[in-house]
Design a protein around this ligand. Structure first.
Ligand code: ADP
Length: 731
């Protein structure tokens, strides 16, 4: 019997040694009464431990309930066994996964225990957990990617499909996995994909675009990629990745439109094979045919010979050699022979410190550039003007910050441009705060109306004529130095004032003089008349008592009195001119002459004088005075004649614009030009009264009348050749 028991025990040991990782024997209270560990690394608990362990203390709290329930069940029916997987503490205190079979052998007198055979499944369990985790990870990622992802095996059976894929085909995962691609797509769609499928199964990755229309009519752009799944030279299947590129595509279309609108084209230069690529727009810009094949050399040759070409060469060189990007505005001569401004941009891509690719864009900026150049030119011209004008000019923004300050401003305000630009005007001209200019500038800016005014700068002792022009950006101010004008204005004013005083005094003394002449000539007449009348009485009463000499003396005295009377009368006339105002009226000069001829009839007849006049005008003037002028001049023409010569007198008129010009030409004795001035002065005579009678007042009176009628008088003559007197009368 003992032998049998020993044999049984050996068998039992063998069994458990080969089948399990370890064994516990539990008593009814689930305390471990025996333990046997078969693998050291398992080390569930130390074999040597004397401490009594309970299954309850070793089991993971989360699994304890399950294990106790199972044990409680087992304990009810002897011979029963049951298995479960749970976590148990090992010798380091960590929990490890065990698969354990509990067998109730309490009734077996040889065992009298609950036998726990357990296997260490920690590794498997963790591996499984990791796999599940990584599967979940992949699924989570793929489900949330904005792409349709699937895996098809070489028989075109779906092995994997992410959530977007399932949603796209409106199919549940269960139905999708295992479906054949032909079945999924249908024959028509499958045929469209056939070539790509064949290629990918040959190991060639595929990339193609498809356009779909949504039921709403919206266009949907997709990009599909088939990536072969290759293991040891065998294609096991392929990954299908479908992206919704609608947004990108729309942007691309928009970009195309925009580049077209912006007249922009792209270029690319691959250094490996020296190949150059131009987009269609780039070709349009260069005005070449669509099939034009550019090279780097032909590309450079398009640039304007000289500065532009040299610059692009240098830029390309440093782009390729050092990766220095560029952005230049240059001129090209297009294929059709047009000069054009383009903006050329260059960038590069370096691989292993060597430029592999250069690329960039061309933009047709001809119109903008030309207007930019013109604006710049206009600005420069304006600048030159503003700089060269003698006036000071400055500009401020709406916050009084100085943005422009020309050269003259520097001189006017003794402030250099550098120290004022960007600074507040009232900081610079702090003394002017509150001045007239200060107020006017503020008013101009507030009312948006230009202001023109004059201001005196005490500090510089200068007068300025100032114009302040408001605009949306601020205020432009011009200052013209008018100090000289202002001073001469002031001088002129004081001169005028003193002139007025003088002319008033002159007028007064003139008036007094005229008054005197009038009174004197008037009062002199009376005693003169007495002399003449008493002389006549003397001659009448005592004439017979006087000898011839005495009679001659009386004759002289009477004659002298007569002449004096004439002089006094002439003086009286002279003093009257200009004092009596006569209204202008229509004066027919022909009638005037005719009247005068009547007056001089006796003389004319005696001398057999010839008076010629025709086409004389009707003028608007003072009749009596005009008549006096003609009478004096014709009278002189008749008087100053050689004896025995037939006087010939011509009166003519000429319209000379604002005046009438009259001429009285005679064939008389003439006048030496040296006396031309003298004869117009009162009492100036060239002859004594025995030769030619007269008072020497006639021409002075005539001159005074002509001048009072707004005209002038002068004479052309030479001795013995006759004279022509000219005078003008304003119309
Ligand atoms: P009066 O005739 O009374 O001497 P006037 O003032 O008329 O004074 O003339 C001044 C002088 O001008 C005259 O004395 C005369 O010598 C000269 N004179 C004027 N008219 C003529 C003329 N038509 N021809 C020559 N001499 C003239």
């Amino acid at each position: 019997m003992r032998q049998k028991t020993i044999e049984n025990y050996k068998l039992f040991r063998k069994l458990i040694d080969n089948s399990y990782s370890g064994i516990y024997l539990l008593n009814e209270s689930f305390e471990i009464i025996y333990r046997r560990l078969l693998t050291e690394e398992l080390g569930v608990v130390e074999a040597s431990s004397k401490q009594k362990h309970s299954i309850k203390t070793l089991t993971h709290p989360d699994d304890l309930e399950k294990v106790i329930a199972l044990l409680s069940e087992i304990i009810k029916s002897p011979g029963n066994s049951s298995a479960c997987v749970f976590r148990s503490k090992n010798h380091t205190g960590d929990f490890i996964w065990l698969r354990c079979t509990f067998s109730n052998m309490l009734n077996d007198p040889e065992v009298n225990a609950i036998v726990c055979n357990f296997l260490d499944i920690n590794k498997d369990k963790l591996e499984h957990e990791n796999i599940t985790k990584s599967e979940n990870f992949i699924r989570t990622i793929t489900d949330n990617l904005p792409a349709l992802i699937a895996y098809w095996n070489a028989d075109l059976v779906c092995m994997f499909a992410n959530k977007p894929y399932l949603e796209w085909f409106e199919m549940a995962a269960g139905k999708m996995i295992g479906i054949n691609k032909l079945e999924l797509l249908g024959q028509k769609e499958f045929d469209l994909h056939r070539a790509h499928i064949e290629e990918v199964l040959n190991g060639i990755p595929q990339r193609f675009e498809r356009t779909f229309y949504k039921p709403t009519g919206d266009k949907l752009f997709t990009l599909t990629q088939y990536l072969p799944d290759e293991h040891a030279g065998v294609i096991k299947g392929f990954y299908s990745l479908i992206y919704d590129v609608t947004e990108v595509k729309k942007l691309e279309i928009l970009l195309n439109k925009a580049t077209k609108l912006a007249r922009m084209g792209s270029w690319e230069f691959i250094l490996k094979d020296n190949s150059m690529f131009w987009s269609d727009s780039a070709k349009e810009i260069h005005e070449v045919e669509p099939d034009f094949q550019p090279t780097m050399e032909t590309c450079i040759d398009f640039y304007k010979d000289g500065k532009d070409r040299e610059l692009i060469k240098a830029k390309i060189k440093s782009l390729i050699e050092y990766g220095e990007p560029f952005n230049e505005d240059l001129r090209i001569l297009t294929f059709n022979g047009n000069y054009k401004w383009i903006r050329v941009i260059g960038e590069s891509e370096f691989v292993n410190f060597k430029c592999a690719r250069a690329y960039g864009s061309f933009q047709d900026i001809n119109t903008q550039k030309i207007s930019e150049i013109e604006t710049l030119k206009a600005y420069e011209e304006k600048n030159i003007i503003l700089e060269s004008i003698g006036d000071a000019f400055f500009a401020v923004d709406r916050n009084w910050i100085i943005s422009y300050w020309n050269k003259t401003s520097e001189n006017v305000f003794f402030k250099n441009r550098d120290e004022v630009l960007g600074r507040n005007l009232w900081e610079i001209l702090s003394d002017d705060v509150g001045s007239k200019s200060y107020n006017e500038y503020h008013r101009a800016l507030e009312t948006n109306r230009a202001s023109h005014f004059e201001d005196y700068y005490i500090l510089f002792n200068k007068w300025y004529e100032i114009s302040a022009y408001p605009s949306t950006s601020g205020l432009s101010v011009y200052l013209k130095d008018v100090t000289i004008r202002k001073l001469s204005d002031l001088k002129l004013k004081s001169l005028n004032d003193s002139l007025q005083i003088k002319s008033r005094a002159l007028a007064m003394s003139n008036a007094e003089l005229e008054q005197f002449a009038f009174v004197a000539s008037h009062d002199l007449q009376e005693p003169l008349r007495m002399v003449a009348s008493f002389m006549t009485l003397l001659d009448q009463k005592y004439g017979n008592l006087l000898d011839a000499k005495g009679k001659q003396y009386i004759q002289f005295a009477v004659d002298g009195a007569k002449r004096m009377r004439n002089i006094i009368l002439d003086l009286l006339d002279f003093s009257r001119i200009g004092r009596t105002s006569e209204n202008n009226e229509d004066v027919d000069v022909t009638h005037i002459i005719e009247d005068i001829l009547v007056l001089f009839r006796k003389q004319i007849d005696e001398q057999n004088a010839q008076i010629i006049f025709k086409c004389l005008p009707i003028i608007k003037s003072a009749k009596v005075q005009v008549r006096q002028v003609f009478q004096n001049l014709i009278g002189n023409a008749l008087k100053y004649q050689q004896n025995f010569t037939q006087p010939k007198i011509e009166v003519s008129a000429e319209d000379i614009g604002v005046h009438w010009k009259f001429a009285i030409k005679d064939n008389g004795i003439g006048i030496d030009p040296e006396h031309f001035e003298k004869i117009f002065t009162i009492f100036q005579r060239l002859h004594n009264h025995t030769e030619y009678t007269g008072t020497g007042m006639g021409l002075a009176i005539t001159k005074k009348i002509v001048e009072s009628l707004g005209g002038d008088i002068w004479v052309h003559s030479s001795e013995g050749e006759g004279s022509t007197f000219y005078f003008t009368i304003s119309k």
